[in-house]
Design a protein around this ligand. Structure first.
Ligand code: CP
Length: 320
């Protein structure tokens, strides 16, 4: 792998290989000495044009646990607020000796542009670009799903599983990356959303689409992934009548969660709107793996950095 921009760039074999490496990373992180010397001397730059808690911190933790140096660069307080271009920012990062750049941007295609414009030679990792993709989120979701529903085989896919993804699909880079990855790994995916929150063109995605959450839950899925309603991107409104109406039709209430099969898990990429798309009691219930998804993010991001930067890539890191 040269860059990590889109799930669409991956073969099933490559995706499984990264997940297998993440399993090795998880094993090493349960030891008393968690730091690995794999990326000593490398510098990873986190370039965040949009706010982030989980992704930015977990990329930082992942790079540090592999012994890389980390430079955190956020748009706020940088020369970007003075109008500096993406090109000049890239040239500055290259001059500072970055070995890999992790980029989050509100613009779909920003990571692809950085990787392919010829401004910078280093591997680029997409940490979320607009409503396009969030590929490491999908990888950590697949990792978490596999640990719960296909345990014991580090090279297993998600064959035969049924995952229901619910909510604001229109603004969700998480939904698009998950549809691509989960189906690549053999799962069946159903999207549930109000009609106005289904993207134009989603009918060509490799999944089913319905407007009826209760109908989707009646199919006894193995996992339900709730999406954040991204109200900050709904300028002008009109996507659903009221917040209460949305919660009644598309919220994962305790009553709805109680209809799920006993083994089914509940996921959310975060940040959550508790009491809106998901009841607080469901988010905190034993079937919720939401906090575990955050921990999985560190292992998966260690694996991605390892595959991009380690010179002798196997599925386990060198430890001395
Ligand atoms: N899931 C996710 O991308 O969260 P952050 O915006 O906090 O990084």
């Amino acid at each position: 792998m040269r860059h990590f921009i889109s799930i669409g760039d991956l073969s099933r074999e490559e995706a499984v290989s990264v997940l297998a490496t993440a399993e090795h990373m998880a094993e090493t992180q349960s030891r008393s000495l968690r730091k690995l010397p794999t990326l000593v001397g490398a510098t990873v730059v986190n370039l965040f044009f949009e706010d982030s808690t989980r992704t930015r911190i977990s990329f930082e933790a992942a790079a540090k646990r592999l012994s890389a140096d980390v430079i955190n660069f956020s748009a706020k307080g940088s020369s970007l607020s003075k109008g500096e271009s993406l090109k000049d920012t890239a040239l500055t990062l290259q001059a500072m000796g970055a070995d890999a750049v992790v980029v989050r941007s509100g613009s779909s295609g920003a990571a692809h542009l950085l990787a392919h414009a010829g401004w910078i030679d280093q591997p680029i990792v997409n940490a979320g670009d607009g409503a396009h993709e969030h590929p490491t989120q999908a990888m950590l979701d697949a990792f978490t799903l596999r640990r719960h529903l296909r345990p014991g085989d580090a090279r297993a896919g998600l064959d035969g599983l049924h995952v229901v993804i619910v909510g604001d699909v229109l603004h969700s880079r998480v939904a698009r990356s998950n549809v691509l990855l989960l189906t690549l790994l053999g799962a069946r995916v159903t999207l549930v959303a109000p009609p106005a929150l289904v993207p134009v063109g989603a009918s060509a995605w490799p999944c089913e689409i319905t407007y009826d959450l209760d109908e989707a839950l009646a199919a006894a899925p193995d996992a339900v992934m709730m999406l954040r309603v991204q109200r900050e991107r709904m300028v002008g409104g009109g996507f659903f009548p009221t917040a209460g109406e949305y919660s009644r039709r598309y919220g994962l209430t305790v009553a709805r969660a109680d209809t799920l099969p006993e083994h089914a898990i509940v996921m959310h990429p975060g940040p959550m709107n508790r009491g809106f798309e998901i009841a607080g009691a469901v988010a905190d219930s034993p079937r919720s793996v939401i906090v575990e998804q955050v921990a999985s993010g560190v292992f998966v991001r260690m694996a991605v950095l390892y595959h991009l930067l380690a010179t002798d890539v196997r599925e386990g890191p060198r430890e001395n």
